[in-house]
Write a protein that binds this ligand. Structure first.
Ligand code: OSB
Ligand code: MG
Length: 370
């Protein structure tokens, strides 16, 4: 692969409805899109870094800086022989995994397109349909929550995830159980609890949740291990898992039994494949998370989630879950059976709509090989 031109764009897409987590409410998806041009092929990626450093340390601004000043110049100097070697180009830069992932995943898309192969097969995926779950933000009232859950169950979603925080946990989850019975149900706290909240978390143990995601601090595996010891509900880690070694440590120490894998959080597809190996070897749970991605990042997540090591439905929902109009053609569309078909077209299989992306771009930077 010889890349001659890299384009970074900041785009902003309004969300159909605000999405509220324990960090606060989000009204629009603002992110960096990257495209790599070379040898007549274009590969696309999307950076999951948010504007604010709440979910992780990286931000849109830090990722833009890391890409513009270090990662893109390295890629423009490099010759990469295979998709799974791309991450080596960025090895000199420490951390900055969200910035690296956007470029690394664009390179995978580039290689798959150059080979004329769908990305899901290129990654080793075997599923021609990906089972989908949905993540429901914190709602103003329990009645609002029940209405949301009812709508998503009617649409076919195979698992419901509810965002929780202290004061919005036991009561809404109980209400969902009472109204809808034994549906696959889980909760995600985005680190809203501390070691002092063990009683509140133990109170959730009787609800039969499939798992409880990231209740405690992102950088405290030991505290999660101690919590798992007193909970029957399996713990799942999201923010805590930066790479395959984190997954190994979390699973082997008993800090978690399930991994939420977001390729955009761990540095890209190659590291994701290593995490798949770690989870498989231990019989651990694995599923693909999401960060409200546009069609580009969503296409990457869906391709990865087609691997048969993914044991649970992911946050790989229909594009309309978040956007009235996406930036790809087609958009990711879930059937009534709660699955999204894997795309058989080359690469991610969702074509970026150039004119719409241009119209939504707040800032663009083109960098060329010299
Ligand atoms: O913690 O999984 C999370 C969205 C933004 C940031 C973090 C998270 C989420 C979600 C939504 O839960 C997942 C999605 O539907 O894309
Ligand atoms: Mg999460």
């Amino acid at each position: 692969m010889r890349i001659d031109r890299v384009t970074l764009r900041i785009v902003r897409l309004p969300l159909r409805a605000p999405f509220e987590t324990s960090f606060g409410a989000c009204h629009a998806k603002t992110c960096i899109l990257v495209s790599l041009d070379g040898e007549g092929v274009t590969g696309w990626g999307e950076c999951v870094a948010d504007v604010e450093p709440y979910f992780g340390e990286e931000t849109l601004a830090s990722a833009w800086y890391a890409m513009r000043d270090f990662l893109v110049p390295a890629l423009l100097r490099a010759a990469v022989a295979a998709a799974d070697e791309t991450h080596r180009v960025f090895a000199r830069v420490r951390g900055n995994r969200m910035a690296k992932a956007a470029l690394e995943m664009a390179a995978w898309d580039w290689f798959a397109r150059a080979a004329g192969v769908p990305l899901y097969r290129y990654l080793g995926g075997t599923r021609d349909r990906v089972p989908c779950g949905v993540s429901i933000g914190i709602q103003p009232t329990v009645a609002d929550l029940l209405r949301e859950v009812e709508g998503y169950l009617a649409a076919g979603y195979r698992r419901i995830k509810i965002k929780i925080k202290p004061g919005w946990d036991l009561e809404p989850l109980r209400a969902v159980r009472r109204a809808f019975g034994a549906i696959p149900l889980m909760a995600d706290a985005n680190s809203a609890y501390t070691g002092d909240d063990v009683r509140a978390l133990r109170a959730l143990d009787g609800l039969g949740l499939t798992m409880l995601e990231q209740p405690l601090a992102w950088d405290d595996l030991e505290e999660h291990r101690a919590l798992q010891e007193v909970l029957a509900t399996p713990l799942c880690l999201d923010e805590s898992i930066r790479h395959a070694a984190d997954a190994r440590h979390a699973l082997d120490s008993g800090a978690a039994r399930v991994v939420n894998l977001k390729p955009g959080r761990v540095g890209g597809h190659a590291e994701s494949l290593r995490i798949d190996v770690v989870c498989r070897a231990r019989g651990a749970g694995l599923w693909c998370g999401g960060m409200l991605e546009t069609g580009i990042g969503r296409g990457h997540n869906l391709a990865l989630a087609s691997l048969d090591g993914f044991t649970h439905p992911g946050d790989t929902s229909d594009s309309r879950r978040y956007f009235d109009e996406d930036i790809t053609e087609p958009r990711a569309q879930m059937g009534a059976d709660g699955t999204i078909p894997s795309r058989e077209a080359p690469g991610i299989g969702y074509e970026p709509r150039a004119a719409r992306i241009e119209a939504l771009s707040l800032q663009t930077q083109v960098m060329r090989r010299c």
